[in-house]
Design a protein around this ligand. Structure first.
Ligand code: IVH
Length: 706
């Protein structure tokens, strides 16, 4: 939903009809924001924006009381965010942790603690090391051994009272076992396992809701449910690792306290270890890092704590971070996990891409379960095998990659991966070609099935409708998958007969799940609007290997019509050297591109596909470049502002006249067209002694030709 501010018109000036419409619309919008905030824990507006909507809603109700029916949102209990859960103060504040990312920082932490306490290097000093669970912290208050309150961390001083919800978590005992202190607050982490997270998301998606990004958000959303029954339906877990207020202390050490927590009935983390030096701490860090993939829940680092509680008290805290503890975080981009399988994906041009199916791990807030292995060469070079423990990297939005294998962890019975020599989608043989220019074997193995291969066919269709090709609204990748699977669209021409076939068919698109009369008609209209399309886009849409947008434009400009290009391609495919020569002579079109084009026309099924498609659509020839243009072959840079035409139009005009338009000035530039406000580019042009002109000069140069 778009962010919308409350309408500007004062409510007093609204007519009854207008008010009713706005009231209904606002009600829906607020309800949607409530759902996102309360149920998904994923609000899309700020509190201020939300409040503005609510104020407007209430103002409408005050002005037009007849609008406020029983369903009014202002009557819903606890709808306002601040009133959702009762607030509760922590008897002892819930602190956060200082962070470290490197081994050196851990050494410095140990040295700092020793210095502060004046403990010489030779004297013993112990630390605990334990996983930092990536969930949310919770404080549980027991009085006389009975659970009386559960409070979220909140801002550290005050949190939300989620007692009824906490009672539904099976790792949280309602009554402590053994001899617990009369007042005892237990602190720890609430989390979801990967398996349960996947299950919740499956249900979310089945219910038409957006999936939750990661287990942490899932745990937060599950715990912060107003209805404890909902929390109960989502199996949360709890590890205890600390304490708050305590009327007496069962032990004088951190490790002793953790043992006591276990004795009282809590789950404590089995990877907790007592360490006697920075080296031992780092050893445990590495152990936990490699165990990470098999834990089945998210951790994002290791927490070190001074073991002796008397020393913890002496160290105290600065700005809410205890001096006695440190969070040693894992890299936000890298993680270690296990390869469960290697699958082969087949792309549009038949390239076989190996994909590692991973034990899911959260990296930088996103659950990663696939990583690309690029191609056969790469998989051989890295020797990645099923069952291997690997380091993966996820940087920004790019597909996660496998950085390397931990050979020490390789199972004894592991076998080198054998790359298939047949296509997994169609069974055609898959080959590695030799590059005609370099004579080298291509790194990529390709399926030779062409459009016989369903994987290639689907990927080509997706390319055909993609944004820089046919760009048909409402016909995205998912739709193509669906329509291909159901046999409704198997090749490009089918797109344009969809409406006609639908008219004659009994199984109508509008009756399919997720469709209606309007959406079906909208799709048919969008398709209809694309019956004519620029020749360059048309050529690009065909998805011929090596023919991207630039080459498509070059070919369109050279041949002027698809018939001319096709005629040339056919002749070249039949072995006509002259026709092939014409292709390679086009500036910017090399041998590889020419070969690809010839290969395309050599395939009978491509010819059939074209006949079928051209019966439906008409590519529009580009205006042919006049050979008398004074700027043909020249490189032009536009800088500063233009007055008669926009920058885009100027660029299109120059290109139409056969010039190349560049973004920066270099020795290769021929002409610089500088408008008012031109700066560094103009200066550089002067330094290089280039031909510089203003907008008027440009029009004079090209005459009426634009
Ligand atoms: S100790 C004063 N131990 O990390 C000590 N915290 O960044 C405070 N966390 O809010 C916490 N695992 O939610 C501690 N083993 C662990 C932890 C842990 C996860 C979280 C906790 C805390 C946050 C601090």
């Amino acid at each position: 939903m778009a962010r919308r501010r409350a309408s500007e018109t004062p409510v007093e000036q609204l007519g009854a009809g207008e008010a009713a419409r706005e009231y209904r619309r606002l009600g829906e919008e607020i309800a949607e924001h409530d759902r996102r905030y309360y149920q998904d824990d994923a609000p899309t507006v700020t509190d201020a924006e939300y409040d503005a909507l609510r104020l407007r809603y209430e103002a409408l109700e005050n002005q037009f009381p007849e609008l406020a029916t029983g369903e009014s949102l202002t009557h819903t209990v606890g709808a306002a965010p601040s009133e959702k859960f009762a607030k509760r103060r922590h008897a002892v504040p819930m602190l956060s942790l200082g962070k470290a990312y490197t081994d050196e920082e851990v050494g410095e932490f140990v040295a700092r603690v020793r210095r502060f306490l004046r403990i010489p290097d030779e004297a013993p000093l112990a630390f605990t090391a334990e996983p930092k669970v990536d969930g949310l912290s919770l404080s549980l208050r027991y009085e006389g051994g009975e659970l009386v309150a559960a409070t979220t961390r909140g801002d550290g001083s005050e949190g939300e009272d989620v007692t009824p919800n906490a009672r539904t978590v099976k790792d949280i005992p309602h009554r402590l076992s053994g001899d617990a202190p009369a007042i005892f607050e237990v602190r720890g982490e609430i989390y979801l396992t990967h398996a349960e997270f996947a299950l919740i998301n499956k249900r979310q998606v089945a219910a038409g809701k957006a999936p939750i990004a990661n287990p942490r958000n899932g745990a937060a959303g599950s715990l912060r449910q107003l209805d404890a029954k909902v929390t109960a339906s989502r199996p949360l877990h709890f590890f205890a690792y600390g304490w708050g207020e305590a009327s007496s202390m069962p032990s004088g050490t951190q490790s002793g306290m953790v043992a006591a927590l276990a004795a009282f009935g809590f789950k404590t983390n089995p990877l907790t270890r007592l360490c006697r030096s920075a080296d031992e701490m780092l050893e445990q860090y590495r152990l936990i890092e490699t165990e990470r993939a098999t834990l089945g829940y998210d951790i994002d680092g290791v927490v070190y704590k001074v073991d002796d509680i008397a020393l913890q008290d002496r160290l105290g805290a600065v700005s809410r971070e205890p001096r006695w503890a440190l969070a040693h975080k894992f890299s936000a981009e890298k993680a270690v996990t296990i390869v469960d399988a290697i699958e082969i994906q087949v792309g549009r041009t038949g390239a076989l891409t190996p994909v590692a199916k991973l034990r899911p791990v959260t990296v930088g807030g996103v659950v990663v379960s696939n990583a690309t292995l690029h191609n056969e060469e790469e998989i051989l070079r890295k020797d990645v095998r099923v069952g291997d423990t690997v380091t993966i990297q996820r940087a920004g939005d790019v597909i996660p990659q496998v950085l390397g294998v931990d050979l020490d962890k390789r199972p004894a019975d592991s076998k080198a991966y054998e790359f298939p020599t047949t296509c997994p989608a169609c069974g055609s043989s898959a080959v590695r070609e030799t590059n005609p220019r370099t004579g080298k074997l291509d790194a990529v193995r390709r399926c030779t099935g062409g459009l016989v291969c369903p994987a290639q066919a689907v990927e080509r269709l997706k390319h055909f409708v993609s944004r820089n090709a046919y760009d048909i609204e409402g016909l995205g990748e998912q739709r193509i998958d669906e329509f291909y699977r159901d046999g409704m669209i198997t090749r490009p021409g089918d797109i344009f007969t969809l409406a006609e076939r639908d008219r004659r068919s009994l199984t109508k698109l509008e009756n399919r799940e997720g469709w209606g009369r309007q959406s079906a008609q909208k799709l048919f209209d969008a398709i209809e609007a694309r019956r004519t399309i620029g020749l360059d886009r048309f050529i690009f849409a065909l998805g011929i290997r090596h023919i991207g947008e630039t080459n498509a434009r070059l070919l369109a400009r050279h041949f002027g019509s698809f018939e001319a290009l096709r005629d040339n391609g056919r002749r070249a495919a039949a072995g006509d050297a002259e026709a092939l020569g014409e292709l390679t002579a086009i500036g910017g079109v090399g041998e590889v591109v020419a070969e690809a084009l010839v290969d395309f026309f050599r395939e009978a099924h491509n010819e059939e596909m074209l006949d079928d498609l051209l019966a439906q659509v008409t590519p529009q020839p580009l205006e042919v470049v006049s050979s008398t243009s004074p700027v043909v072959g020249k490189t032009v840079v536009f800088t500063g502002s233009l007055e008669r035409i926009t920058r885009e139009e100027a660029k299109a005009m120059a290109e139409r006249l056969g010039a190349k338009v560049a973004g920066s000035v270099s020795a290769k530039t021929d002409i610089v067209v500088a408008g008012p406000g031109a700066g560094s580019k103009l200066k550089k042009a002067a330094e290089l002694g280039l031909q510089v002109m203003d907008e008027e000069g440009w029009f004079q140069l090209v005459g009426g030709q634009g």
